[in-house]
Ligand binder design. Structure first.
Ligand code: UD1
Length: 444
């Protein structure tokens, strides 16, 4: 398994470009299963989860061409298999996104139940209840979820109220409802920018989806969908991670190709902390740190438009360098503080009380040998390593490869002393198949 070696202390300076959003690309790729025509997606990030999703589509029978590195042409005209097997679901929970489109288009789908993962239990009960509202029969066979449309083969539109905001659940239901008979109204829908991106693609394919970005989404089902061409939105979490990278190294970065409005809450929080952030234009941020120093501020993770759970770990790294005590409360996932003990090994002063981490700063972090445990936790350890004195070795960086495009190259180009120590060819990003020990970590 590859490792990162980081020697901390360099202020990061220069320009960095943001890649496409993995969490938008994954549902948009799944949406291509809704039609026999070609769906062309641009700005797909070159990350491991995308390779896994591509493999899933190909296993199902779709053809995926990449005329350019970041463009996928997906043709699901010869679908033979209506299932996502355990081998794929266990490495990437987004595989469950195959359920909605397969069920809607072919009237049946089988997806292995995602197990528990490193950031807590990740149930899909809300997805399944939503499909039942649309008339599907849902059962469990040998650890797989098996869903069938009512006799006649078509789902029926319905009112669905999610008890809890679920991003993947909202996406799965939007795709299922797009081909259902009649109108579906989703109440308490997720409002993440990735939802609006999927809605835009579906509408380009001929769907009738309204209200994305609000808590109520209305979908008038159509009989069939066609091909479309769509550009994936920039990754707001990568944007946030680089904002923290500028701040934690006391550097100055121009972050290009981003969408500042998708990061509004993170920008606001970082400004409270003392980071100087200028919105240069609609796709560029200028981030500088920090004439007045960094001041600790509390944060609570909640569904969009509140502070994202996917920035919690990176924010924790920043709080180790900020003056005062910060309480960081994680409300979306249980067990999402695994980076905390690794940061403690680097000298961070922090304690965990239930779903709250209490961080006292500033502390001089020192390099150590640490282990990545999930995608965003890995990013936070990279950030801590960049701020630490001496050498940090981060083990199991396959987690970071799942969601950050060539992060070490991007960081090196702006002055970081970071290198990838390769274990073997199969451990690298190029190896599409994850190794046995690289599983059971779910999506993030
Ligand atoms: C979540 C985050 C998303 C983030 C992603 C990766 C939220 C609301 N969602 O999306 O921003 O990018 O993780 O880290 O912040 N739940 C159920 N039953 C279900 C589905 C979900 O109880 O059927 C619960 C989950 O356990 C969790 C919450 O609902 O506590 C949100 O889950 P969900 O939004 O579905 O997770 P992701 O789509 O993975």
């Amino acid at each position: 398994m590859d490792k990162f070696r980081i020697t901390g202390g360099n202020p990061l300076r220069g320009r960095v470009s943001i890649s496409g959003a993995k969490n938008s690309a994954l549902p948009c790729m799944a949406a291509a299963l809704l039609t026999s025509e070609t769906v062309t997606l641009h700005n797909i990030p070159y990350v491991r989860d995308i390779i896994t999703q591509r493999r899933l589509l190909e296993d199902i029978g779709a053809t995926v061409l990449t005329p350019e590195l970041r463009t996928h042409k997906i043709m699901a005209d010869h679908v033979e298999l209506f299932e996502a097997p355990y081998e794929l679901v266990k490495t990437m929970r987004a595989s469950v996104l195959a359920l909605g489109p397969l069920l809607a288009r072919f009237g049946r789908a089988r997806v292995s139940l995602p197990g528990g993962c490193a950031i807590g239990t990740r149930p899909i009960d809300l997805h399944l209840a939503a499909f039942q509202h649309l008339g599907a029969e849902v059962g469990l066979e040998s650890g797989d979820v098996v869903a069938r449309a009512p006799s006649g083969g078509r789902l029926r539109g319905s009112e669905v109220h999610f008890d809890k905001v679920t991003v993947t659940g909202t996406e799965n239901l939007m795709m299922a409802a797009a081909l259902a008979e009649g109108k579906t109204v989703i109440h308490n829908a997720a409002r993440e920018p990735e939802i609006a991106d999927l809605g835009e693609l579906l509408n380009k394919m001929g769907a009738r989806v309204r209200g994305c970005g609000t808590p109520t989404i209305t979908i008038d089902g159509v009989e069939s969908l066609g091909g479309a061409e769509h550009t994936i939105i920039p990754d707001r979490i990568e944007t946030g991670t680089f904002m923290v990278a500028a701040a934690i190294t006391k550097g100055e970065l121009e972050i290009k190709g981003c969408r500042p409005e998708h990061s509004a809450i993170v920008i606001a929080k970082l400004r409270e902390v003392g980071v100087e952030i200028e919105e240069v234009n609609q796709s560029t941020l200028h981030v500088r740190c920090c004439a007045q120093g960094l001041r600790a501020q509390d944060v609570v993770t909640e569904p969009h438009p509140r502070f994202p759970t996917d920035m919690q770990a990176q924010y924790m790294a920043l709080m180790t360098q900020s003056e005062g005590v910060a309480r960081i409360t994680e409300n979306i996932f249980e067990n999402r503080f695994m980076h905390a003990s690794e940061m403690q090994r680097m000298g961070a002063a922090l304690a965990i009380e239930g779903n709250t981490a209490i961080v006292e700063g500033p502390t001089q972090l020192t390099g150590a040998r640490v282990q990545a445990s999930d995608l965003r936790a890995s990013a936070s350890l990279v950030l801590a390593g960049l701020a630490a004195q001496g050498e940090t070795i981060i083990d199991r960086v396959y987690h970071i490869d799942r969601g950050y495009e060539r992060i070490e190259r991007k960081l090196r180009a702006i002055g970081a002393d970071i290198e990838r120590q390769k274990a073997s060819v199969t451990g690298s990003l190029r190896g599409a198949a994850p190794q046995a020990e690289e599983v059971a970590t779910g999506i993030n």
